[in-house]
Design a protein around this ligand. Structure first.
Ligand code: NDP
Ligand code: 8X3
Length: 254
């Protein structure tokens, strides 16, 4: 029987690339995100291309009730979730701390921290019962270093890093592995979202060097997921070769 991977935020970027990678490798997938239309077309495409089963769920991870309902009502043959990829997340704005909007702070905190908690809380009992499982959290270089104007987004990714460690300590006795994959600059819809749909501003973030792609990150996630049962990636920081830190780039490199 194929293994099941549950991916949050699969309608774009890193999550979508993970869906493609795991589908190509014979996993059955549960994919979720708010844009249900994108998920259903991804489902159709992956089922056709790889002959794998895909369940698409329109879900806002900020809604604790909707998260637990969606997971509780999974049909029997979808219940055995082997791998959870906590990927849904976003940055909104680059304002200094005195000028930031409370509404945008709430959205980042509710998605990147609380959403990850709600989904994990709903899926962990399934893994505990199975006596195995693997949770892979998508962190960031922003969870390792704080950069100017990154304030709240960086804080949420530091929280993901801390939660990864805490989850690992709480779950080790149940045979559940917990990993964090922390990418540097990755060209997805991330910056378009951060800049409120301004594609020109977003494009400038990736000019003059070769950023990671969603596929690059999906390779690292798949590597972590493919190791033998007794081996765990605790934390993997994956950077473009032209990026030395959160803010130091070689923009003449490519
Ligand atoms: P994208 O904007 O391309 O993808 C973000 C995904 O998150 C989308 O599928 C989006 O789906 C989903 N999402 C956002 N909010 C919610 C929500 N409330 N409920 C459910 N799903 C949600 O960006 P990336 O692929 O780059 O981002 C994926 C993860 O990678 C994030 O956690 C991000 O912080 C992290 N990351 C990104 C880096 C980068 O440089 N791009 C580097 C390091 C980490 P929908 O809008 O349909 O809900
Ligand atoms: C996304 C990468 O450097 O914009 O986490 O924070 S960065």
């Amino acid at each position: 029987m194929s293994k099941t991977v549950f991916i949050t935020g699969a309608s774009s970027g890193i999550g979508q690339a993970c869906a493609e990678k795991f589908a190509a490798s014979g996993f059955q997938l549960i994919i979720c995100g708010r844009r249900a239309d994108r998920l259903t077309s991804l489902r159709d495409q992956l089922e056709k291309k790889f002959g794998t089963a895909v369940l698409a769920i329109g879900l806002d991870v900020r809604d604790a009730g909707a998260v637990s309902k969606a997971i509780n009502k999974l049909p029997f043959h979808w219940k055995n979730i082997d791998i959870l990829i906590n990927n849904a997340g976003l940055a909104l704005g680059l304002e200094t701390i005195d000028e930031g909007s409370a509404e945008l702070w709430d959205q980042m905190i509710d998605t990147n921290i609380k959403g990850l908690l709600y989904v994990s809380r709903a899926i962990i009992p399934i893994m505990k019962q199975a006596g195995k499982g693997h949770i892979i959290n998508i962190g960031s270089i922003a969870g390792v270093e704080t950069y100017q104007r990154g304030n709240v987004y960086c804080a949420t990714k530091h929280a993901v890093s801390s939660l990864t460690k805490g989850m690992r300590m709480d779950l080790v006795q149940f045979g559940i592995k917990v990993s964090q994959i922390s990418p540097g600059a990755t060209e997805t819809e991330f910056s378009v979202v951060r800049f409120g749909g301004d594609t020109e501003k977003a494009g400038n973030v990736y000019k003059g060097y070769k950023p990671l792609t969603g596929q690059d990150v999906a390779e690292a996630v798949f590597f972590a997921a493919s190791l033998p049962e007794h081996v765990n990636v605790n934390d993997l920081l994956l950077m473009p070769s032209a990026q030395a830190s959160a803010t130091v780039f070689n923009k003449e490199a490519w």
